[in-house]
Structure formats: structure tokens, C-alpha cells
Design a protein around this ligand. Structure first.
Ligand code: 13P
Length: 141
């Protein structure tokens, strides 16, 4: 499958950022996206399926490419993009209180984020720190 970022102006470089939230954290991530929509619009955004739908419902103008839903392989797709060097940062609002059928995929995604040393925010307070310094996403190799 070819994954293309949402249509953007060809004369600009937009680093790619992945946005993911577990179900009980989706409201938080949508609120984050609404608050920071101006800064987020400078990125090519990739999201797992349901997270992407929720973000686009709230902010239709954001350049979000929706992948598969997390339990159906979306976390793995984002991990693959990280391994290819195409994703420069991950904002993943995890739910630490709910067992997940695809827990191994979640762990694999976090492992690749750590392995490739990309900025990785697993909760809102860290995401706020990262989005306050968007250049951080450009400094990774
Ligand atoms: O399950 C997820 C991440 O592990 C998120 O997937 P959805 O965005 O499709 O709900």
C-alpha cells in the first residue's frame, strides 16, 4: 500500500508527525488538536483510523492522512513509517488503565519510537512541551 500525505503545497517542507489516542484519551487529543491547530498545520499528520476521524471532524482543515485503526494494524503502520524515517515525532495519548487486545502492537510502536530516537509524547503534558517547541521535531536524524 502506498501511503501519501494529505495534499500540501509542493514548495514547502512539512515534517511528519503521528497522532494516536486510545479511546478514553481521544477527547483529550481532539482538544489538543483544536488548541494547537495552527502549529499542527505545519506538519504532515498521520493518524490511526478512529483518531484521525475524530481529529478531522473537529478540525477538517488539518492535513491528516488516516491509516488503519490501531487494533487492525494502524500502530504497526505508524511504526513502519518511523522505521523508514518518515515520521519525526509521535504524540500518542495512551490509556494506562484499560487492557488492549493489540497491546503488543502498542509496545512495538513505542519500541520503534525509542529505537529511532524520535520525540515521543505519551501524555498531554509532554505533548504540550513538544508542541511549544516544534523545531524539536526537525532536529532528529
Ligand atoms: O488503538 C489505537 C492505538 O493503539 C488507536 O487506534 P484508533 O485511532 O483507530 O482508535
Amino acid at each position: 500500500m502506498t501511503i501519501r500525505p494529505a495534499e500540501r503545497r509542493p514548495d514547502q517542507i512539512h515534517p511528519a508527525l503521528a497522532l494516536v489516542a486510545h479511546d478514553k484519551k481521544k477527547d483529550d487529543l481532539v482538544a489538543f488538536a483544536v488548541t494547537h491547530q495552527a502549529k499542527l498545520s505545519d506538519f504532515d499528520l498521520y493518524a490511526t483510523g478512529t483518531t484521525g476521524s475524530r481529529i478531522l471532524d473537529a478540525v477538517p482543515s488539518l492535513p491528516v492522512t488516516r491509516l488503519k485503526s490501531g487494533p487492525l494494524g494502524g500502530d504497526q503502520q505508524i511504526g513502519s513509517l518511523i522505521a523508514e524515517g518518515r515520521i519525526k515525532g509521535l504524540i500518542f495519548f495512551v490509556d494506562p488503565l484499560t487492557p488492549m487486545p493489540h497491546d503488543v502492537d502498542v509496545k512495538a510502536l513505542m519500541r520503534l519510537g525509542a529505537l529511532y530516537d524520535i520525540p515521543m509524547a505519551l501524555n498531554r503534558s509532554t505533548a504540550e512541551l513538544l508542541i511549544a517547541h516544534p523545531d524539536a521535531f526537525l532536529q532528529t536524524t
